[in-house]
Design a binder for this molecule. Sequence first.
Ligand code: UT7
Length: 326
Amino acid sequence: MGIGILSVGSYLPERIMTNADWTKLIETSDEWITERTGIKKRHFAPEGVNTSDLVMRAAEKALQRANLHPQDLTEIIVATDTPELYTPDTAALVQHKLGVNEVPAYDLAGSGCAGFVQALAVAKSRVESEGGKILVAGVELFSRMMNWKDRNTCVLFGDGAGAAIVAETKSQSEILATYAGTDGSKADILGLEIGGTRRPITAEMIADPSYPPIVMKGKEVFREAVVRMSQAARVVLEKAQVSLEDISLIIPHQANLRIIEAVANALEVPLEKVYVNVQDYGNTGSASVPIALDEALQTEHIRPGELVLMTAFGAGFHWAAALVRL
Ligand code: UT7
């Protein structure tokens, strides 16, 4: 028996914000956003809906599809950079709201958009050592945390959640190889330097029109994302002794269509083999890979038994890849 993904679920809040909607708020255009990013629209959560609510909706779908009850879960890992509270973590809120037993629940926070794929690797090793069934979620509620006046960043993001259940499987489903890496020297290129011990939030800071001060050196992030995602993909292929030709679908983190095209180019695979939905959801951070995985399964872009390669990159810098037989 291998350790694999039993089921997947995702959730996108109903409110849709198009590029045209953004043009009413900031100086931008549909042409600029489409040409530079490929994004046409994104989903935003309404007031009153918080990070744990998004996870709940995705988790409920994943549980239902695996024919499991919340009490069957033995652990919860939530990957997010937009937690509901500073403390306790979102995973604790999910444990309570879902009605899961008093099992370990923790966030994998601050890994940027690589969080879900990193969490998959953690879940696999936890099942190896402890057994059980682990809920692994990736979630972001960027619309609540981003700077709505900063056109360099605000048009890129969307809200959403995705979840997978990792456990021993009787089928051929298996997480064949995982890999993750970090380069903390690049912390000043992409991040939100606020609210921690270095820069506690003050009244003056909140009154500043540039609040919250998201740092993003777009071109450097772009270059690094392409190199790291394609390298990470090659590492898991090597670890599992699988060739790219055997992969049915590559699911890269969905940040920018041009980044995805460059990764396909670097891996020398046609774009048809690469899943793309950034046009519909924007960059949903840790949620982007599980949302894409769920959508690819539901639309039969990938079928049980086939090999899928997930690769992601985000703030830190962190990067991670996973090769999975579904
Ligand atoms: O998950 C990680 C999150 N971040 C990323 O993945 C970001 C990775 N980087 C990127 O996706 C791209 O670098 C961006 C989409 C952010 C930017 O694309 P670019 O081709 O690197 O554009 P640029 O930085 O060269 O900006 C060109 C111009 C600038 O104007 P000037 O200085 O040339 O006059 C910007 O001020 O575009 C301007 N600009 C905009 N114009 C209209 C920046 N944002 C906007 C906007 N609408 N929303």
